[in-house]
Structure formats: structure tokens, C-alpha cells
Design a protein around this ligand. Structure first.
Ligand SMILES: Cc1cc2nc3c(=O)[nH]c(=O)nc-3n(C[C@H](O)[C@H](O)[C@H](O)COP(=O)(O)OP(=O)(O)OC[C@H]3O[C@@H](n4cnc5c(N)ncnc54)[C@H](O)[C@@H]3O)c2cc1C
Length: 286
């Protein structure tokens, strides 16, 4: 289908984009367009103005800032995958995007768009929760930062205000011996998750000393499995602790039934993804 007509704007700076966003009625930011344009073609979104933020260099790139890695919101998935900084300091964020969509989408789709869209099926929200990321936003009142734990509010709902731009993502670089994994069950290559689990783990003296576990597409938004984390802390990673963590993760699932499966199946698959991700993460802790 052809989307309804709209006016197109291409600002060259964040300031210019914010001025447009604040003054134009019914305007939307255009990043990679791989979620917004399908929604416009289906007429679920009918913005009068599109503000294309692809020509703003300050929104792109990956750099180190002390203990944090800072990723510009307009950095595309393939840039994450190819980044030597991420491969060395935050390998989860270089590996997991390989499971997102297909090469075409990964060439255009941005990390910022994936997060700002608030789609529970998108993979970056759970990754942000597991990585304890901070989202940096700029609006008419200046810059503010929100932890990922407080950013995802519900189905397509985030802490971003309509007049704000997500400019960057700050993630603490992994401490030595951090284990990590993202396990995603999908029906076929290029599909969204039936269920996904992101895990970041550290071990000390044979038991888990730090765990963050987050789930994709098994609730109206990406969620942390806090009780699963608690079930692991102080325990060795074995069949009993994996089962306890999986059961605790399943207890917080609230998936919607659709073509990917019914509620029971998706919940059970979330537990399986949690088990696999914890086991893979633990194996990387050494
Ligand atoms: C066939 C297909 C398969 C896909 N599979 C997956 C998958 O498996 N996993 C997955 O995670 N995603 C998947 N996607 C979605 C894809 O990753 C999108 O690119 C992503 O969801 C949105 O990023 P974008 O840059 O394209 O944003 P856009 O589509 O341009 O924007 C999405 C929304 O976010 C807003 N927005 C964008 N950038 C900003 C910003 N910086 N600040 C504030 N608001 C902003 C826009 O206004 C819009 O409302 C798939 C898409 C397709 C077409």
C-alpha cells in the first residue's frame, strides 16, 4: 500500500530537528524507516510531517567515554556488528544484532529507532535492560537521561516525550570475566522473536555474583525477570538453578497469542531461552 501524503524535512543538526519537532503539528522522526514506513503503509500511522534525522552526523557513531560505551542513536545494526569497540568491550551488542531481521534491514535500521519504537518484539529493548543501559534524550528543556529500567512503559509506550529525540545510548563496558548471551527463538530467519532472553552474568567462587536477565516479546514490553535473577545469585549454574530461574522468568511472562504461538507455548519458550542464555553466559564467564 502507498502511505498517505506528508511533508518531508531533512534537518542537519539536533537543534534544527528539535525546532521542527516542536513547531510542526503531527510530526514524526524518520530514522531507518523500517518500522515507521510499514506502519504508514498500513495507515496505522499518518504523520503530516516526517523529520528525517539521517543527515545529522552527531547522532551516529560508537565511542568510549570513561567506563561507558556511547552509541549514537542513528547507528545502524551493521555498524554495531562491525564495531571493534563493541566486539572488545561489549560483545553482546555486537553479536545480538546478527539475529535482527535480515541484511537489508540491518543496513538501515537504527539502534535508536529500535528502542524508541517501543515494540515488545524488537530485540534492543531487552538488551538495554540486561546491559543496564542509559538512554540519553534531548528536548526543548535540554538533555535528560533515563535508565532502561524506567524507559519501557508499555505497548509502543516509552519515556520519550513527543518533542524529544533519543540521541544516544550509554552502556557500561563489561567488567573482566563478564558472561553474556542473547537467545532468540524465531520461526525463520528475519522474523521477530517468539521469545527471547538476554543475560549478563558474573561468577565468583563458583557461584553467580551478578545477573541481569531480560525478556523479548513475552509481555506488552521488554521486561526484566527480577525473580529469575534472584534465583541465580549465590548459586552455581546447574540443572536446579537453571530450572528455578526459568520457572521464575515464566511467572512474569504475559504474552499475547498470535501466529507465533499461544500463551502457554510462548511462556514455556521464554523459560527455555532463559535456561540456554544463562548456560551460554556462564560458559563465557571464565
Ligand atoms: C522485515 C523486518 C523484520 C524485522 N525484524 C526485526 C527483528 O527481528 N528484531 C528487531 O528488533 N527489529 C526488527 N525489525 C524492525 C527494525 O529493526 C526497525 O529498523 C526498527 O524497529 C526501527 O528502527 P528504524 O531506525 O527503522 O526506525 P523508524 O522506523 O524510522 O522509526 C521507528 C519509530 O521510532 C521513532 N524514532 C526513530 N528514531 C528516533 C530517535 N532517535 N528519537 C526518537 N524517536 C525516534 C520514529 O519516529 C518512529 O516512531 C524488522 C523490520 C522489518 C521490516
Amino acid at each position: 500500500m502507498i502511505p498517505p501524503s506528508f511533508d518531508y524535512h531533512a534537518p542537519k543538526s539536533v537543534g534544527e530537528a528539535l525546532a521542527l519537532l516542536g513547531s510542526l503539528p503531527d510530526a514524526k522522526l524518520l530514522a531507518g524507516g523500517h518500522s515507521l514506513l510499514p506502519m504508514m503503509k498500513l495507515r496505522f500511522a499518518q504523520p503530516a510531517h516526517l523529520i528525517d534525522i539521517n543527515r545529522i552526523p552527531e547522532l551516529r557513531g560508537i565511542c568510549e567515554d570513561g567506563a561507558n560505551i556511547v552509541i549514537g542513536a542513528m547507528t545502524v545494526e551493521n555498524e554495531l556488528i562491525a564495531s571493534p569497540i563493541l566486539q572488545a568491550k561489549l560483545p553482546l551488542l555486537a553479536e545480538a544484532p546478527k539475529l535482527i531481521a535480515d541484511p537489508q534491514v540491518r543496513n538501515r535500521g537504527t539502534i535508536g529507532g529500535d528502542i524508541a519504537h517501543g515494540d515488545p518484539g524488537n530485540d534492543h529493548p531487552a538488551l538495554m535492560l540486561a546491559l543496564d543501559a542509559t538512554l540519553v534524550m534531548q528536548g526543548p528543556g535540554g538533555v535528560r537521561e533515563v535508565k532502561a529500567d524506567d524507559f519501557f512503559l508499555g505497548l509502543y509506550a516509552t519515556a520519550l516525550a513527543e518533542d524529544e529525540i533519543l540521541t544516544a545510548i550509554k552502556v557500561p563496558a563489561f567488567a573482566a570475566s563478564t558472561g553474556w548471551a542473547y537467545e532468540k527463538l524465531k520461526r525463520k530467519t528475519g522474523d521477530w522473536a517468539t521469545a527471547g532472553a538476554a543475560v549478563v552474568l558474573r561468577m565468583s567462587g563458583g557461584v553467580v555474583s551478578h545477573a541481569r536477565i531480560a525478556l523479548t516479546n513475552v509481555a506488552p514490553m521488554a521486561i526484566r525477570a527480577l525473580d529469575a535473577e534472584k534465583a541465580l545469585i549465590g548459586q552455581p549454574v546447574n540443572a536446579a538453578s537453571l530450572a528455578a530461574a526459568a520457572a521464575a522468568a515464566e511467572a512474569v511472562c504475559d504474552p499475547a497469542e498470535d501466529l507465533r504461538g499461544d500463551i502457554e507455548y510462548k511462556t514455556a519458550m521464554a523459560g527455555q531461552m532463559v535456561k540456554r542464555a544463562i548456560a551460554s553466559a556462564a560458559a563465557r564467564c571464565a
